[in-house]
Design a protein around this ligand. Structure first.
Ligand code: NDP
Length: 248
């Protein structure tokens, strides 16, 4: 079995379902011990942890609301404490606020930026300050909507995901001298509960996707595994589209 991440430990936020669960399972299959966070779906997180353990790796499922910076930092520290180290941080947890800009409340702005930006910032800060080794990896899940917004209603979401570009480039500069890489994957339309491929709106969206179909969570996980593994050693400060060509 090919296990390029043997001896490594990863934390995946929002790893109980969707893209995060696919990443957690893939990193475990590649040899890493994996911690995941969840906010509400404890049972789903438990299933992912059981799948990780079934590969012979250690797993940890931690409840940590990404809107609460103290909880996020505690999850980073507990991962390193309980699994012995932290090599790979995957900032994945996310929400999908949608609607015309005139309906967006200040509270929604705060919550979206807290989950998509502040949580990424404080988790990466804590990981870099206390845990990541010289070949450590920080991978965030952004969105193609940071590059191209084909419809109205996504202003707040796009605002928050665009912030990850500046974050990624800035932190890559700061951590580069230590050998730590920082990148953001920008998925297009991926078939998850957030964005189910079976809805009528999805048919319309597919017309804009060069490959003509929604992506699978495993296709995002494949890029995360590449960045986390030896193949990603000279990639940093990059925004990597995995979007079937929707931004082409
Ligand atoms: P899902 O809705 O399927 O899963 C969302 C995940 O995020 C769940 O694990 C959920 O935890 C977790 N989460 C949500 N809010 C919080 C919070 N406050 N604290 C901790 N965890 C939280 O979405 P996807 O898997 O599709 O999305 C994953 C990431 O990918 C997000 O950042 C999203 O913006 C991004 N993305 C998705 C695309 C898509 O088309 N699906 C396209 C582009 C980007 P719980 O299970 O406990 O609720």
């Amino acid at each position: 079995m090919n296990t390029p991440l043997e001896g490594k430990t990863a934390l995946v936020t929002g790893g109980g379902r969707g893209i995060g669960a696919a990443i957690a399972r893939r990193l475990a299959r590649d040899g890493a011990d994996v911690a995941i966070t969840y906010v509400s779906a404890a049972d789903r997180a438990g299933e992912v942890a059981a799948d990780i353990e079934a590969t012979g790796r250690r797993a940890l499922a931690l409840q940590a609301d990404s809107a609460d910076p103290d909880a996020v930092v505690a999850a980073v520290d507990r991962t390193a404490e309980e699994l012995g180290r932290l090599d790979i941080l995957v900032n994945n947890a996310g929400i999908a606020p949608f609607g015309p800009v005139e309906d967006v409340t200040p509270e929604e702005v705060d919550r979206t930026l807290a989950v998509h930006v502040r949580a990424v910032f404080v988790a990466s800060q804590a990981a870099a300050a206390r845990h990541l080794p010289a070949d450590g990896r920080i991978i965030s899940i952004g969105s193609s909507l940071a590059e191209r917004v084909p419809y109205g209603g996504w202003t707040l979401y796009s605002t928050s995901k665009s912030a990850l570009l500046g974050f990624t480039r800035g932190l890559a500069r700061e951590l580069g001298p230590r050998g730590i890489t920082v990148n953001v994957i920008q998925p297009g339309s991926i078939d998850t509960e957030m964005n189910p491929a079976h809805l009528p709106e999805a048919e319309q969206e597919k017309e804009f996707i060069s490959l003509g179909r929604y992506g699978r969570a495993e296709e995002i996980a494949a890029m995360a595994a590449h960045l986390a593994g030896p193949g990603g050693s000279y990639v940093t400060g990059a925004a990597i589209p995995v979007d079937g060509g929707v931004t082409a």
